[in-house]
Design a protein around this ligand. Structure first.
Ligand code: COI
Length: 355
């Protein structure tokens, strides 16, 4: 497989060195691939266990043109982050949850997954091998992308005879640029992301390509992102292109339920717990567009996004503005979550894994 990405000169410069940091301009991180030194690769035959994986130099891989991932999109990816704390520890946030989610996705797509233990171990090894690429505290995080693909050839419709489990990493800033402020969302009533019985509830590669066009259309109309509605009725809100959504009214925080059409976000789950800790009532239930338009505050959550305030929502011709800034619940929850992730406060929940 030939990708458009090749090891950068900076990664070549730092591969052999023992510098604390790679040669990256940390002030200018965005959410785009910066190739690092190493990646993890393991393979298995369908239904068998994965071999012990190897850390190898980051680069292109060779794979059959008939691979199930290329022809039928048989693939799942995950996203989690490694953090460098002020006291120089390298940590992960709830990596077992990503391993479990990959297993659920693999079941839906008839793939053979790694065990949760192997998943977590692979993530640890890849992060440690690329330690110098973990940004300094406050400058960003190391985004970890585990990938499970049907790498064996499959011409007909069946599951692949061979699977490849890969982990690669890239230093990143938050997905929606902090400097560009809160989001201005368009409620998209033209395209649907997911439907009952489909794959919207697992992190399948095939969920993402179809949302590029609606996102680009919204961006060219001046919006920062889009919010999809449910396919069955077109009346309830479901998910933003890459993250989950919450609305706030009074003491009640509401978010669409995990019923197979939205992604069970790990940040979503953590934020629900943190909001309950500070006495908000959190309801996981169908949320109508009408309720969204009447909410006091709206925010979204995701690994890449973290917690991000929504400033406006536009539905058809109607535009509604929400509370943002220091007083907003999303600001409080962002601080609570990132303080745990960055080791600023004690992790009383057992979410942080030091490596
Ligand atoms: C993540 O938040 O980890 C995601 O997978 C979103 C990504 C598609 C940018």
């Amino acid at each position: 497989m030939t990708s458009s990405v090749h090891p950068s000169s900076s990664s070549l410069l730092t591969r052999e060195g023992d510098e604390k940091y790679a040669n990256v301009n940390w002030e200018e991180l965005g959410f785009a691939l910066i190739p690092t030194d190493y990646m993890y690769v393991a393979k298995c035959k369908q239904g068998e266990s994965f071999s012990e994986g190897k850390i190898v130099p980051y680069g292109d891989i060779s794979i059959s043109p008939c691979a199930a991932i290329f022809n039928h999109g048989q693939g799942i990816f995950e996203g989690l982050k490694a953090y460098r704390t002020e006291d120089e520890r390298i940590t992960l946030f709830r990596p077992d949850q990503n391993g479990l989610r990959m297993q659920n996705g693999a079941d839906r797509l008839c793939m053979t997954p790694p065990s949760v233990e192997q998943f977590v171990e692979a993530v640890k090894q890849t992060v440690l091998a690329n330690k110098k690429w973990v940004p300094p505290p406050g400058k960003g995080t190391l985004y970890v992308r585990p990938l499970l693909i049907g790498s064996g050839p499959m011409l007909g419709i069946a599951s692949a005879p061979e699977y490849t489990f890969l982990v690669y990493v890239s230093p990143v800033a938050e997905y929606h640029k902090v400097s560009s402020g809160p989001l201005n969302l368009e409620v998209n009533d033209k395209y649907r992301r997911s439907h009952a019985g489909g794959t919207g509830g697992v992190k399948s590669c095939i969920n993402y390509c179809p949302i590029v066009k609606p996102v680009l259309e919204a961006k060219s109309a001046g919006f920062s992102d889009i919010l999809f509605l449910d396919a069955a009725t077109g009346r309830n809100i479901e998910e933003i292109s890459t993250c989950n959504i919450f609305i706030v009214k009074g003491n009640i925080v509401s978010t669409p339920p995990i019923s197979g059409t939205i992604l069970p976000g790990i940040t979503r789950k953590s934020i629900i717990e943190l909001a309950r800790d500070i006495s908000y009532q959190v309801q996981e239930r169908d949320v109508s567009v009408d309720e969204l338009l009447e909410a006091e505050e709206v925010f979204c959550t995701g690994t890449a996004t973290v917690v991000k305030a929504v400033e406006t929502v536009t539905f058809h011709e109607k535009r509604v503005k929400y509370k943002t800034g220091e007083e907003a619940l999303s600001t409080k929850l962002y601080t609570m979550l990132t303080n745990i992730q960055m080791g600023v406060v004690e992790d009383k929940k057992g979410w942080v894994v030091e490596i």
